[in-house]
Design a protein around this ligand. Structure first.
Ligand SMILES: [Fe+2]
Length: 480
């Protein structure tokens, strides 16, 4: 079933087709109405996520359709987008007065329709998922507000005083609080003060309602952090407009924050790619190693049920796990012969050097354990700290398996990589000693899954003919 149900009301069949054509990439199912009355009947008979309407139509024009839909409880919360060739300021004003969420001139459909529809649908989804906590000692007021606000699509929780309200907030954080002032046990002043002194709650918008119209009360509540004040009795429409405004402001702020984080992540990933390229440009034998390790490890994490955010962390960690090799001299890092013990001790510094390089970057804090501990061994004989078993952070244990597999199957200056099936045999042999047994099992599951597509297990990796073949006993250190 399509994600969105969209009703298109226009007396021109061609215009309805044009609108559908522009929106075909939106995972939507379209219903068409050729006049306003038919659109109204359809909207009352099944739920829609959006109504797109013309203004000039027979039977009921677009403005009248808007007004009627907004009067009806079942259709009031459906967002309406007006598309019209009547695009004077007065027409647009009339459209918004009638309840439209957006207004586009027919001349601007090509450029504006898709972004406007996407914005309306994401906002509507945002409102529907919002939770409001109503705190009042009057059961009648609680019930009345709950009934009216539920009709707007909000999820409602209620509490009978401030203390009960704090309990409810700790159980499930609401997106907005509406509170009375005069209540037993904990009144509105105390409740608002408690909410605003707790860093986890203080960003929740707080509306105060009271029958006391005293200006002093209002000032006291605003000083305690309330955003708005309503004097009882108030019109429910006033409250809905206020809630919409507070949540809409939040919505805009959230969108801006998401945009900022996306831009920051984009820049960070570009910087990481440059860093990894700089590292791998020095050594043709390890070119592509970090990307391959990152791909294997994030695939394993996804298979284990890690969240998208965790998979992203392990992907970046995989890309950067060997970044400390930037601090190792060329004559050691690129030495074609086997390393002496002293040289190997220097190579072993790379997890610590990598940690020092990344520590100042706040947004990469979560991947530091991966960089720092990817050479620890399950039996405690690894480096740099000799951590043992599950004391080694999980992501580092996963990277260690991926790193081992890719290091075994890759060419080195002094040897060719082994066949995939031999690498799997080595990994099974070191399971529980060098590598975490659970992570090896996870790796085996991953490599035999569709997600590992592209790794041909039956054929050896292509090797330059001049290199000697590797025999498994030659391989230690397995994942240096
Ligand atoms: Fe390493």
């Amino acid at each position: 079933m399509a994600k969105y149900q969209i009703l298109i009301a226009d007396d021109s069949r061609m215009m309805r087709s044009v609108i559908k054509g522009y929106l075909e990439g939106l995972d939507s199912e379209f219903t068409e109405a050729c006049d306003g009355a038919m659109a109204y009947e359809l909207a009352c008979s099944k739920p829609f996520d959006l109504i797109i309407t013309d203004v000039e139509m027979p039977n009921k024009n677009g403005f009248e359709l808007c007004q009627d839909l907004k009067k009806h409880a079942a259709t009031r919360s459906i967002p309406i987008l007006i598309i019209s060739s009547f695009d004077s300021e007065q027409d647009i004003h009339t459209g918004f007065q009638a309840g439209a969420a957006a207004y586009i001139s027919k001349d601007e459909v090509k450029e504006q329709l898709v972004p406007k529809v996407e914005s309306i649908l994401s906002k509507a989804f945002f409102n529907v998922s919002k939770q409001i906590l109503i705190v009042d000692d009057s059961a009648l007021i609680r019930q009345l507000l709950k009934t009216e606000l539920s009709k707007e699509g909000y999820k409602i929780a209620t509490a009978k005083n401030g203390r009960d309200g704090l309990f409810k907030i700790r159980a499930k954080r609401p997106d907005l609080i509406i509170s009375d002032i005069d209540m037993p046990e904990m009144n509105g002043f105390q409740f608002c003060g408690a909410v605003n002194s707790d860093p986890a709650m203080k960003t929740i918008p707080f509306i105060v309602m009271s029958s006391n119209a005293d200006r002093g009360h209002m000032q006291r509540m605003l000083q305690r952090g309330a955003q708005a004040y309503l004097v009882k009795p108030f019109n429910i429409d006033q409250l809905i407009i206020l809630i919409d405004k507070l949540l809409s402001h939040q919505f805009v702020m959230l969108l801006k924050e998401r945009e900022r984080l996306d831009a920051e992540r984009h820049m960070m990933l570009a910087s990481i790619t440059s860093l990894v390229n700089a590292l791998e440009a020095r050594d043709p034998y390890t070119r592509g190693h970090s990307t391959a390790v990152a791909r294997i490890a994030s695939g394993m994490a996804a298979l284990a049920g890690a969240s998208q955010e965790e998979c992203q962390t392990i992907l970046i960690g995989g890309q950067l796990h060997d970044i400390g090799k930037i601090g190792i001299r060329d004559e050691i890092l690129l030495k074609p012969e086997r390393l002496s013990d002293a040289e190997y001790e220097l190579i072993k510094q790379h997890p610590v050097i990598g940690t020092d390089i990344l520590s100042p970057i706040e947004s990469l804090r979560q991947i530091i354990p991966i960089v720092q501990f990817h050479h620890e061994r399950f039996d405690g004989k690894g480096y740099p700290k000799g951590l043992k078993g599950t004391d080694i952070p999980l992501w580092a244990r996963i990277i260690s398996v991926a790193d081992t597999f890719h290091a075994l199957t890759s060419n080195r200056p002094y040897r060719r990589g082994v066949r995939h099936d031999n690498a799997l045999r080595v990994i099974r042999e070191v399971k529980g000693r060098q590598l975490c047994p659970d992570c090896v099992d996870l790796f085996m599951d991953w490599i035999h899954s569709d997600a590992a597509g592209g790794l041909d297990l039956d054929n050896p990796v292509p090797h330059p003919a001049h290199l000697p073949p590797a025999s498994v006993p030659e391989l230690p250190p397995v994942n240096a």
